[in-house]
Design a protein around this ligand. Sequence first.
Ligand code: NAD
Length: 330
Amino acid sequence: MKIAVFSSKPYDRAHLSAVNQDQHQMTFFEPHLDEQTAILAQGFDVVCCFVNDTLSAPVIRTLADHRVQMIALRCAGFNNVDLVQADASGILVARVPEYSPYAVAEHAVALALSLNRNLHRAHNRVRENDYSLHGLLGFDMHGKTVGVIGTGKIGLAFCNILLGFGCRVNCYDPCPNPELEKTAATYVPLEQIWTDSDIISLHCPLLATTRHIINSNSIHQMKPGLMLINTSRGALIDTRAVIDALKMGHIGYLGLDVYEEEAELFFEDNSDEILHDDMLARLQTFKNVLITGHQAFFTQEALTAIAEITLRNINGLANNDPAAIYQVKQ
Ligand code: NAD
């Protein structure tokens, strides 16, 4: 198979090449796949894409014109793919449904702990020879109520860590996970997540029903001073509403690994550029906001698993073995 790997970074090249062992011919392109770059897919059987590639209907039609047979996503989420067009164009869409739920769950916990104990501020302070403690006061995680929205693989791993801390864990998911029901976590109505939680963490996919699930109405029902963590997808949060709530002190802490408008910024070094995104710039002014650039998945174990499952999907196409492909259907 000839594979065009888009949005590729040195770490993608290293992990995919190590697993591929020259079985398939891989070409690594740094740019995102979008309407301008889709032409690069000419002559390839597979395009291998990541979270911020654009797989809209026009892009997929161009891929079909170039006889691309598979979109092999290197991620779990597929909200960036027009599945209706992929189906109409006869292009298979494959994903990596699970690589390391622990990677993302542990990063969500890292954000929560850093915000709580102000580690981001303390680190800068100590480097300035300032060992004062004012402004660094935290709270015990033990005994706090954590609301978890989405209890699939990552949500479950997150709940298990928080249960270990002695937190009370309330969850909401329209499809309860039997594994979670074996734990001390409890399913509650969504309204109770809003009203009872000291910390809310988002682990559901971005769907029409979950877009802006955090909005002025849901924020209004939340406890003043709560902590909100989003390692899932940026558009789960109405950023403008969250900024208003931060300005009023209603949201006490915000930890983000994903951002609604991240596509043009994240995964790149823009340090020499002017930041034109005024909402992201405003978020960065709050001392109680901690933002990472979509790195929750970024562990050795996860990158190896992503490469292995991506190659498994591509081998399924090469060997005409649909059962070996983690296919995404409409
Ligand atoms: P999963 O499919 O195992 O679980 C998702 C859960 O969300 C399911 O149980 C589903 O029933 C539930 N859900 C669906 N609609 C819901 C709703 N309206 N309210 C509450 N729950 C709802 O997925 P996962 O592997 O646990 O991943 C969760 C999300 O994490 C992914 O969709 C992706 O957006 C995100 N993610 C982020 C990173 C990162 O690096 N930041 C990495 C991987 C995944």
